[in-house]
Design a protein around this ligand. Structure first.
Ligand SMILES: NC(=O)CC[C@H](N)C(=O)O
Length: 315
């Protein structure tokens, strides 16, 4: 039996136990409520889906739960913006550095000149990125985003959760302020409300752990879906996305996550985490109860256990 086969078998045997052991952590977290619709999620849930290059899958826990991608979508809108505009233009709008601040902070937009967001994975950065996605109208931009996500997830039924979209759009005073500040700083192109609409829509794309794992698999294999053999993303842009995931993907807990888990990952406030073992697996996790930094509390615990037990850290 090859090393990979042995590893897969070991995962198969242990995954349900690791999920059971991590799940009680969710009692120490809280489901996000600042987007009112998100507060309906089951806080005690924890699920995982993993896929390898041959399309073999492993699931455990509440892996069939569907949830909105929220900040996980920022990785893929960044990639689409890079495809549409190239690196020079994208990096005239956002920087390459972690902030150490909360994901929705606008502090440095005023403090640090020239007032461009520090990176594309914080809210301000993702809003700036949304403004340069190709398309003649907000609807066309959003529809290009959705098509791109469907292709990466290999799932044509991926769609918006309109309840969550409306719930966010109706209550997003902070993100709106950020949009106007970015416009004033000369970062946003076009109408602020139009840009925010594209942003709220991509955050509200509904997915399951299976969808996240398939999207992650494409990143784990440098832009080629290893199951179909189709090249979906230029390797350079995957490299940029994975680097941002490692340095900024878990917000201001990215350093701790790099030490404890050591894998590229991106979380969202709905409790999803997309992660991967480069060259091996795509991973999707859901656990709606969040820690103080806004990451799935049980999800992080589960990834920590897996990475440490399987010796997956890249570092
Ligand atoms: N951290 C997140 O997942 C934030 C995304 C959410 N849509 C927001 O803008 O607040």
């Amino acid at each position: 039996m090859s090393e990979l086969e042995l590893e897969f078998e070991q995962l198969q045997q242990n995954l349900p136990g690791w999920v059971r052991a991590s799940q009680p952590c969710s009692a120490h977290g809280r489901v996000a409520a600042y987007i009112p619709e998100l507060s309906k999620a089951p806080g005690e849930a924890l699920g995982i889906h993993l896929i390898d290059a041959q399309g073999r899958t492993l699931t455990a826990g509440d892996s069939s739960l569907s949830f909105t991608m929220q900040s996980i979508s920022k990785v893929f809108t960044l990639i689409l913006a890079l495809i549409d505009n190239g690196e020079k233009k994208v990096f005239s709008k956002v920087g390459m550095e972690p902030t150490g601040d909360n994901f929705n902070s606008m502090l440095k937009l005023e403090l640090v000149r020239p007032g461009i967001p520090f990176n594309p994975l914080i809210n301000a950065g993702a809003i700036a990125v949304s403004s340069i996605i190709g398309g003649d109208s907000p609807d066309e931009k959003s529809s290009r985003v959705l098509q791109f996500f469907r292709k990466l997830a290999h799932n044509d039924s991926l769609d918006y959760d309109y309840e969550v979209y409306r719930s966010e759009s109706d209550t997003a005073n902070l993100n709106r302020s950020m949009g106007y500040l970015l416009k004033d700083n000369g970062v946003l192109e076009g109408d602020v409300d139009d840009v925010l609409d594209v942003y709220f829509k991509h955050c509200s794309i509904n997915a399951t752990c299976a969808d996240l794992s398939r999207m992650a698999l494409v990143l784990a294999f440098n832009g080629t879906d290893p199951i179909t053999g189709e090249n979906l993303i230029p390797r350079r842009y995957v490299q940029i996305a994975k680097t941002f995931m490692t340095t900024c993907g878990m917000y201001n807990a990215s350093g701790e996550f790099a030490i404890q888990v050591g894998l590229p990952a991106k979380s969202g406030v709905s409790g999803g985490i997309l992660s991967m073992v480069p060259g091996r697996y795509g991973i999707g996790v859901i656990g709606p109860a969040l820690n103080a930094k806004g990451n799935s509390i049980a999800g992080v615990q589960l990834l920590e256990t897996m990475s440490q037990q399987m010796d997956w850290s890249l570092f």
